[in-house]
Design a protein around this ligand. Structure first.
Ligand code: GDP
Ligand code: MG
Length: 715
């Protein structure tokens, strides 16, 4: 029987945690150097000597406050799961900054090992560390490692086992906070120890420090204690006292003291043989985050990213379609012609899977491009460059990347908001993200621009839609920041990691990790949605038709043209009489003020809730042109001919534009809603998003249509 151990890998983002995790467990997790890549903890098993070690890779964090999700995840794991040993991976190159997190583990009283990773870089740059001395000063074992070369792994494992076998806890290296603070901490500890439940779970000293730091999670926990009045009363008193003495918040002083402790220990034991500051990265940064050149370079790179993504994904998307068609034919011939099961398989299932797969090329390529930017270290600079601008909107530099990703697909974009530490910034970024025009809306634009605008202006019309989305997002962000999520914007405290040349393997793992989430999350929901839409638009299965199509079809045998015509008419009538059709009729009047009161359109828009591109296919069926995509000329012609009840033309360029505006802004697709639910952890925000975006869409489309009419742009 092997003995079981659980160890957790913690550390700042980019310290090499994932690399060490992969070394230890043989897994292939993504290695990247943009904060927030590892958002959920990952686990792997490793056998060493007679131990079976469960290794958990925690999200990278700079600290263990309650300010960000990552930090709470990491902290709760340590407190609740009580791993046998914690390994704090330190980027030796940025030693003091990285040790800050270590001080917090020390305070938690856990069995801690410091892995001084990137020791190669540190050595190369002339950093000389007296390991024994520093280890003694910090009161924790230190192992030098070079994760990329698998150096130091055995030493690390041996130390883990040594520490785990030593049953006693580490002798506490309490950080010296100075007499004044220490006194208050003792008072707090005394009161806190009255509550046995609390003390059993958390070290009292840690609790005391945390309440002084005004840690929201801990305070919340305390309010549930039966001694909460006593404790909070003392916290109030102590904080007040300390603020009087130091003229600053306890939180700030405590942080100062921790840094003081670190720099004290380091100055005793670390020598820099020559100035480390002027590294290559600094030199590159002189250009890339240059005040004048920074922004143009950044925009240029973004342009390249989008060129790369969209140009390369085009042929790939073609292949997906061809495969889908081939599968449809294959299964179609195997199943009884005209049966519900054939329709379910071809239109519902294969169509549904296709709707998911069609975005795979775009999403994966976009993520690949993003991975290059992240792994090279540029992404952190992008956030830095955009920070000033984003602050004007009331957001943080880090909000920029999720917004950018939104142009590909809002799902990964919303997931990427996890890197935003400030909750207010994070929520606002999530709420406005659906206005960023994702790839799925493009087919709808392509169809209508192609039908109602000349080739010459097509590009501008498209660009104006993207721009409108951005503008609305900015306006809404300002409004939310003003009324819903008040408070000052978080300062920019992101570390600029050194530049590195990304490895091919890392890039692909990164792309796969992110893309997989799309496949999994979106796959299931979009798929289910497609089957639902299929059901609504195909049932009742055999409505009473106005004509006896079956007989007519038999009579028309040999006349291909007539057969197609009849089949399309039949399909149209079937959908007209379906549940979706009745729904469309019911909601159409709502769109009258927008000039969009057309039941076929309503059915299409309804389908768009499942995935925006479904609008196109649905319109195809409803205009009796059979199978259709955005390039379909017959659908474009049918749209151009579509009439209103009074006989006038349904669409004009103005109506088409109002429609595109509406499609741009209205309710995000069901998958996005699902992700918002997941990321905000409540139904409140996804429901709110569904309603407010639709309201905004209605209002803006109203303004466009009515305004356009007033300006005499025709109906
Ligand atoms: P994480 O964010 O903490 O999970 O860090 P990663 O494992 O993703 O590593 C960040 C980057 O540092 C990657 O590009 C690694 O290849 C690189 N890296 C990790 N460990 C070392 C090391 O010991 N030396 C050097 N030179 N690079 C390393
Ligand atoms: Mg990682």
């Amino acid at each position: 029987m092997s003995k079981k151990l659980t160890i957790a890998l913690a550390g700042n983002p980019n310290s090499g945690k994932t690399t060490i995790f992969n070394n230890l467990t043989g897994a292939r997790q993504h290695v990247g150097n943009y904060p927030g890549v590892t958002v959920e903890k990952k686990e792997g098993i490793l056998k060493y000597k007679d131990y079976e070690i469960n290794v958990v890779d925690l999200p990278g964090t700079y600290s263990l406050t309650a300010y960000s999700l990552d930090e709470i995840v990491a902290r709760n794991f340590v407190i609740e799961e009580k791993p046998d040993v914690i390994i704090d991976i330190i980027d030796t190159f940025n030693l003091e900054r990285n040790l800050y997190l270590a001080t917090q583990f020390m305070e938690l009283g856990v069995r801690l090992i410091l892995a001084f990773n990137m020791h190669d870089l540190a050595e190369k740059h002339g950093l000389n560390i007296d390991r024994d001395k520093l280890s003694e000063l910090l009161g924790t074992p230190i192992i030098f490692t070079v994760a990329t070369k698998k150096k130091g792994m055995i030493e690390l494992l041996d130390e883990i086992i040594k520490l785990a076998e030593r049953k006693t806890k580490l002798e506490k290296t309490a950080i010296d906070y100075g007499e004044e603070i220490q006194e208050e901490l003792t008072k707090l500890e005394d009161i806190l120890s009255k509550d046995n439940n609390l003390i059993q779970k958390y070290p009292s000293r840690w609790l005391a420090v945390k309440v002084l730091e005004n840690d929201s999670e801990v305070i919340k926990r305390i309010t549930e204690s039966s001694y909460s009045d006593d404790i909070l009363g003392q916290v109030e008193k102590s904080s007040h006292h300390l603020e009087n003495v130091f003229g600053d918040t306890p939180e700030a002083i405590i942080a100062d003291r921790r840094y003081g402790f670190i720099s004290g220990a380091c100055s005793e034991s670390v020598k820099k043989t020559y100035e480390m500051r002027h590294t290559i990265s600094d030199k590159i940064d002189k250009v890339l985050i240059n005040r004048i050149l920074g922004l143009p370079i950044f925009l240029g790179l973004m342009w390249l990213v989008f060129q790369f993504t969209f140009k390369l994904s085009e042929p790939l998307m073609g292949w997906v379609e061809i495969t889908q068609e081939w599968l449809g034919n294959l299964f179609g011939s195997m199943l009884p012609e005209g049966s519900a099961i054939q329709s379910l398989v071809i239109d519902g299932i294969i169509g549904g899977v296709g709707a998911v797969l069609i975005f795979v090329p775009i999403i994966f390529l976009l993520f690949l491009a993003m991975a290059v930017l992240e792994d090279s270290g540029y992404m952190a600079r992008a956030a830095f460059i955009m920070d000033k601008l984003m602050h004007k909107i009331g957001l943080h530099g880090r909000s920029f990347i999720p917004i950018l990703l939104g142009f590909g697909c809002n799902l990964p974009a919303i997931m990427a908001t996890r890197t935003i530490e400030d909750r207010k910034d994070r929520f606002v970024t999530i709420l406005v993200n659906p206005f960023i025009s994702c790839g799925a809306r493009l087919p709808v634009y392509a169809l209508f621009i192609g039908a109602f605008f000349s080739q010459k202006v097509a590009g501008n019309v498209l660009f104006s839609l993207y721009l409108l989305g951005i503008m609305i997002a900015i306006i809404m962000a300002k409004i939310f920041r003003r009324f819903l999520f008040k408070g000052p914007a978080a300062p920019f405290v992101m570390e600029l990691p050194p530049y590195r040349i990304p490895t091919i393997r890392g890039l692909f793992i990164h792309m796969w990790e992110r893309g997989r989430v799309y496949l999994k999350k979106a796959g299931t929901i979009i798929f289910a949605g497609c089957v639902l839409v299929w059901f609504l638009s195909n049932f009742p299965w055999s409505p009473t038709y106005s004509k006896d199509y079956d007989t007519l079809l038999k009579q028309a045998q040999g006349n291909e043209e007539r057969i197609v015509q009849l089949e399309n008419k039949k399909a149209f009538e079937k959908m007209e009489k379906s549940f979706a059709g009745s729904l469309g009729r019911t909601i159409a009047p709502v769109f009258k003020p927008l000039g969009l009161d057309n039941w076929k359109l309503s059915v299409g828009l309804f389908g768009g809730f499942i995935a925006k591109e479904i609008v196109v296919g649905t319109l195809g069926t409803l205009h009796s042109v059979g199978e259709a995509d955005e390039e379909s000329q017959s659908l474009r012609r049918a749209l151009q001919k579509e009439k209103r009840p009074d006989g006038s033309k349904m669409y004009s360029p103005l109506v088409a534009y109002a429609l595109m505006v509406f499609v741009l802004l209205y309710i995000p697709c069901v998958a996005t809603i699902a992700v918002i639910k997941r990321e905000t952890n409540s139904w409140r925000w996804p429901i709110f998003t569904a309603f407010y975006t639709t309201a905004v869409a209605w209002i803006v489309a109203f303004i466009v249509y009515q305004g356009g009419k007033l300006l005499g742009l025709g109906i």
